[in-house]
Design a binder for this molecule. Structure first.
Ligand code: SF4
Ligand code: SF4
Length: 315
């Protein structure tokens, strides 16, 4: 599967081993205007708009002041398996791509990018931007009907990374969002979605109906009251619309990480840990999974407690 990921077309930074695009740094403002317009026309709810506002409210870091471009890339990323034990019974759940070790891989890619850019006197630094919209406008990805970004050769089994860079960029190939051609005749994700988040036409996903929104680093971690516990099958996020998607046929069984929560750890998480009561060994394990850095410690503990409460209630 790794080999397949390596065969995809790469982008303009020579030697960068993952598909990517470079656009002028000013495109960030275009994304802001687009999101404000969507909110203004009622196509984006207040809740979702606030999550974008948190991204745009982050000031440009001082060391990015001279940025001339944005680099957006897609790293091949598998599902992860987590086994936990409850009442003496072991159970396995999956985490969809793009969560586990997200930041570790983002920093690794940044290091690599900087090593490649340094001989020409350029640099790259992580950019907090709406990555999916950037990937689609840059031509790196296309939207599926489920609003997920699909990258040629990777399907949706990837994680997006984005960086400011001093690299000049005049010709960005900015495009209007494109949909997968297959979506014109396919409704598999629409039928698989338990929350009715995917619209029948090509309108915007009802993001505040999407379970993934409640596991995002810019959204809330608590599940709202209207969520039926039977809809929850993942420890983080939701993968139902990705797994049924024919674009992911080659990747569905791609599971690379195996993590284990002992019965004692499961009980502790269910009991409601805080930063002060979290045992160091469990803290280190959650750190290695990258979930603490992704969500923040308190949010991570809160999210795991609520998901494990649902998952163990069915055992
Ligand atoms: S991630 Fe889950 S809730 Fe969200 S659109 Fe896909 S199937 Fe529906
Ligand atoms: S399941 Fe079908 S409709 Fe949904 S994103 Fe995939 S190809 Fe498009």
């Amino acid at each position: 599967m790794r080999r397949q990921a390596e065969q995809v077309i790469h982008g303009p930074v020579s030697g960068l081993p993952f598909p990517h695009r470079v656009v002028p740094a000013g495109r960030r403002e275009d994304l802001r205007r687009e999101i404000e317009a969507m909110h203004g026309s009622g196509r984006l709810s207040d809740l979702i708009f606030q999550s974008y506002a948190r991204i745009f409210d982050c000031p440009l870091p001082e060391d990015c002041a001279g940025a001339r471009s944005l680099i957006v890339g897609a790293l091949a990323h598998p599902q992860s398996r987590v086994t936990f034990t409850w009442a003496g019974t072991r159970a396995t759940v999956l985490i969809p791509p793009s969560y586990v070790r997200y930041w570790e891989l983002t920093w690794d890619a940044e290091d690599l990018l900087n090593r490649l850019l340094a001989p020409a006197g350029h640099w790259a630094r992580f950019a907090r931007v709406p990555q999916k919209a950037l990937a689609v406008h840059s031509g790196l990805a296309r939207y599926g009907r489920n609003n997920i970004a699909y990258v040629p050769g990777l399907g949706s089994f990837h994680m997006l990374v984005s960086y400011y860079s001093s690299l000049p960029c005049d010709d960005d190939g900015w495009v209007e969002p494109q949909f997968l051609e297959r979506c014109a005749t396919c409704t598999a994700c629409l039928r698989a979605c338990p929350t009715d988040a995917i619209p029948g036409d090509r309108e915007v996903l009802r993001q505040d109906r999407c379970l993934t929104f409640y596991s995002g680093y810019s959204g809330p971690q608590e599940l709202p009251d209207w969520v039926d516990p039977d809809w929850i099958e993942c420890l983080v996020g939701c993968r139902r619309c990705q797994i049924v998607c024919p674009e992911n046929r080659a990747f569905r069984e791609w599971i690379e990480d195996d993590w284990e929560l002992t019965q004692e750890e499961t009980e502790l998480l269910l009991g409601g840990l805080t930063a002060a009561t979290l045992p160091p060994a469990l803290h280190a394990k959650l750190d290695r999974m990258g979930l603490v850095e992704f969500f923040g410690l308190e949010e991570c503990l809160q999210m795991l407690a609520s998901k494990l409460a649902i998952l163990t209630s069915r055992m």
